[in-house]
Design a protein around this ligand. Structure first.
Ligand SMILES: *Cc1c(COP(=O)(O)O)cnc(C)c1O
Length: 379
């Protein structure tokens, strides 16, 4: 089976992880901050907080921005459930903004209209979470302008988009947002097995994220409310979690990071082959906007008879997948009052979508197999 995505692991990666296993620290020692600094430097953010998943990073970002009971968080239906669940963890409500039919990212016109309507009811969101779907950045300048106008915060769910850029600036620099979140799950651009990271440019927000990552417990006298009982002393000053990254994960990430640009280039090469080879087939290809460089996490096409094409590809050993079942149609979200039909662009896209295999280690031969299986499936 040719998977839709998979990790690339070298002997150097294995050596980096085993070196940590022989060292004194297995969890959050010296390698985690080295990884944080390397990612922050790579994308041009001031602060990075590494955690055990992007889901955890989204949760911490919501908490650190003060999301709680009575607040509303908006995201898109066309994402993994974690983009919405993070608000519910904080006891806030979730609502959705539909996607643009061309980029499959948050529709900025729909966001503007929903903001105007929510403002008239006094129910503006506290946080909006745009998702850089398939690695292509959202229109962050426009979303950032709406955040200023209406006073909401922005968390970029950049789980697909490390290595991407928007108007010449790396995704992760937080130029148009408060926090940016990356995922290092094995199907993403670089991996730490499980792992995620939150970036920001605000020192206070960074220290809050770091505090909440580790139980809300601090040994920093600056953050304490009382005076120290002695050198053993620590204080719990907030209700945090244990979302720490291990040293093994950080070592793997640190070893993967130097390959980022080459791997994204390889993804572009594969995607451009798909683009030209699919031009004469009854397939809708993804659109790339001129002012942004995608990390190309996914190559989603749209076809008629999706189910039939999907099953034929799977039968031919092609591990295609579908991204995403609209979040609001999940039973859990329907039980919270959402209904199919509410976000028609996401639903229409979902009904026709298939993600073709795309990963940096995919060979030209494998791509030829995918293409010939697809030609067969479309007949
Ligand atoms: C993968 C993914 C997540 C969750 O990432 P984990 O690191 O697996 O927790 C969140 N949002 C999107 C858009 C994703 O693709």
């Amino acid at each position: 089976m040719i998977p839709y995505g998979r990790q690339t692991i070298s002997d150097e990666d294995i050596a980096a992880v085993t070196a940590v296993l022989r060292s004194d620290f297995l969890t959050q020692g010296p390698v985690v901050p080295r990884f944080e600094e390397a990612v922050a430097a790579k994308v041009g953010a001031r602060f990075a907080v590494a955690v055990n998943s992007a889901t955890s990073a989204l949760h911490l970002a919501c908490l650190a921005l003060g999301v709680g009971h009575g607040d509303v968080v908006w995201t898109v239906p066309n994402s993994f459930v974690a983009s919405a669940n993070c608000a519910l963890y904080c006891e806030a409500d979730v609502d959705f903004v539909d996607i643009d039919p061309h980029t499959y990212n948050m529709d900025v016109q729909a966001l503007a209209a929903k903001c105007a309507e929510a403002a008239s009811r006094g129910q503006l969101p506290k946080v909006v979470i745009p998702v850089h779907f398939a690695g292509q950045p959202c229109d962050m300048a426009a979303i950032g302008a709406l955040a200023k106008q209406y006073g909401f915060k922005i968390i970029e769910d950049a789980s697909h988009a490390i290595g991407a850029s928007y108007q010449g600036n790396a995704i992760g620099d937080c130029r148009h947002s408060d926090v940016v979140v990356f995922s290092f799950h094995p199907v993403k651009i670089i991996t730490t097995a499980e792992g995620g990271l939150a970036l920001c440019n605000d020192a206070k927000l960074a220290s809050k994220l770091a505090l909440l990552r580790s139980h809300g417990v601090t040994r920093d006298s600056q953050l304490m409310t009382g005076t120290s009982d002695g050198p053993w002393y620590y204080e719990q000053v907030d209700l945090g979690l244990n979302y720490r990254m291990t040293e093994m994960q950080a070592a793997l990430g640190l070893s993967q990071l130097p390959h980022l640009d080459a791997w994204v280039s390889r993804r572009h090469h594969i995607a451009s082959c798909y683009h030209s080879e699919l031009s004469d087939l009854p397939v809708m290809r993804p659109v790339q906007r001129q002012d942004r460089h995608s990390a190309l996490h996914l190559y989603p096409i749209q076809v008629d008879n999706r189910r039939q094409v999907f099953e034929a590809l799977r039968a031919a050993g092609i591990g295609v997948n579908v991204h995403y079942i609209p979040i609001h149609t999940q039973p859990f979200y329907q039980a919270r009052g959402f209904r199919p039909g509410q976000f028609p662009v996401s639903e229409a896209y979902y009904s026709r979508a298939i993600s073709l295999p795309l990963y940096s280690a995919m060979t030209d031969t494998q791509q030829d197999q995918v293409l010939s299986a697809l030609r067969g499936a479309l007949q």
